[in-house]
Design a binder for this molecule. Sequence first.
Ligand SMILES: CC(C)(COP(=O)(O)OP(=O)(O)OC[C@H]1O[C@@H](n2cnc3c(N)ncnc32)[C@H](O)[C@@H]1OP(=O)(O)O)[C@@H](O)C(=O)NCCC(=O)NCCS
Length: 231
Amino acid sequence: MAKSARRTEHRQPDRGRKHPDGALSACGDDATAPAARAARAGDERRADRALGSSREASRSRSARHVRRLDRTCTPDVQALFERCAAFFILAEGASPDTQAGARELETIIAGRSAAETFCLGVYHEGSLVAFLHLTENYPRQDEWWIGLFLVDPGLRRLGFGTEIHRAVSEWILENGGRRLWLGVLEQNRDAERFWRKLGYAERERQPYTMKSGAESVVILMSLPIISVSRA
Ligand SMILES: CC(C)(COP(=O)(O)OP(=O)(O)OC[C@H]1O[C@@H](n2cnc3c(N)ncnc32)[C@H](O)[C@@H]1OP(=O)(O)O)[C@@H](O)C(=O)NCCC(=O)NCCS
């Protein structure tokens, strides 16, 4: 993912936001109000239904723990990022530094709000095995930007990324989203193949300067969400 294809700023997410949490529960969320608990239980079941069609039992079990992440999840995000060092070297020219996880959890695209920003994770046997950074209403109203999508290297090529993408797309559709966008760097050919297989179409290419200063090109791609739910 060409993370700096988006303009970002870092600040505290707004914990009091009233955004539909949809299929997703919060990491470390210990609210005890019965209504809140029931709502979250319903949400978890919806997530399970959405994710439960995975082809393999192990993948299915992993996918059952989609959570909305917050600052308390920083060590898990950092550990996943470090396991995914090869991606950061490819996309940024360097391994993730010790603050990379914390920064990602606080990243908000310039002009968008904390309420429109979602960090999602999938846990398997206590480990965070997938991470997504999503922004609602970007680049336009009712469009969503995938700022980062990572699957643990040990779980790749099992259909897991496809399964998470499908579940999250359904959740976004339920929340009024109509189109997904992302940027993939030209040198990340495996990821480009992944997005194209999901049906993303290239919209444009832009020059991109990696964190290391190296020059690259980002491919901007998009997908109408209706295609995902019909696939
Ligand atoms: C991209 C990524 C999220 C895909 O997750 P995944 O769980 O491995 O994806 P899937 O198993 O669902 O793959 C679906 C299809 O995408 C394509 N694909 C995925 N990974 C591929 C790879 N390494 N090489 C070639 N094709 C690949 C294949 O067509 C695959 O279907 P197949 O296995 O039946 O051939 C994962 O590889 C990853 O985290 N990569 C590093 C981070 C990254 O590049 N993120 C995207 C940034 S833009």
